[in-house]
Write a protein that binds this ligand. Sequence first.
Ligand code: HEM
Length: 282
Amino acid sequence: MYTISGNTIMINDPELLRDIFIKDFHVFPDHINNIYFGSSHMSKGLFFLKGGDDWKRIRNIITPAFTSGKLRSMMGPISDITNRLVDMLVKYERTDSEKSDKDFGYDSISDDDPNDPTTGQTPTTKIPVGKLTTDEIVAQSTQFFLAGYDTSSAALSNAIYYLSEHKDCQQKLFDELDGCGDLSVESVLQLKYLNGVVNETLRLAPSFVQLFRTCVKDYKLGHTGITLPADTDVLISPYAIQRDPEYWPNPDAFIPERFIDPKHHPYAYVTFGAGPRLGTRV
Ligand code: HEM
């Protein structure tokens, strides 16, 4: 097919995707082709950079900002914001009053009292700037809001929706959380049912409905007999793969247990992408 970025093929076969994401990454290092942002910073953000030297350099500098140690140092603010979200949900459960974006966490930090010691403080973790230019720093920061905010808030809203539809799952999750004591990075990693709920939500309702790759040279597509000419864009649909009955029995049902002892094909679940451009390792 022909799309805004040129000649495009959609590929949703997990075996072909394994090659495209991992084995032949050198042929598919780029996300989207032919998208230009003029003088805006957007083109310098990781997501839109071509997978060359700048992308590698910036990714290497940014990655250490997302280690478990850094995450641990954010647990205080994360818990505070979570408690406020829970208070809101409890309030609406009782009153069913009109809701707004703000009530569900939008602006949750900037809205706070600047004198509040939990939000007015200088961060204890230094962000490694390495050799990023000012423009690159602005680009990555902006992109974290775009790539990180909407994806996470959609996942959270959809999880709440699925749990409201499946009271049995809600009860199981409640029991698991009730028994886990104080939340910490370590204790959250032990919460198998919570992990199942999040992954099952993102299976049925992936935050990214499409993934993108561009091939930089002619490429023989597995055993299909098809050769993709250089510059062809590849579109991948997590939504289609993650509801395909060939890989997911009872594909439209919400069953968090699928992820407790997962048996699915590893490339039939691509909600975070895969390979060197995987989002979650950032
Ligand atoms: C539920 C939460 C999230 C989902 C489902 C998600 C999903 C994705 C997906 C599908 C990609 C493309 C990966 C690929 O092409 O293989 C991606 C890339 C990316 N994500 Fe996320 N993401 C989430 C949260 C975040 C957060 C919180 C951040 C940062 C604060 C973030 C930053 C990025 C960046 C910078 C990229 C581009 C990586 C690169 O091209 O090297 N994402 N994400």
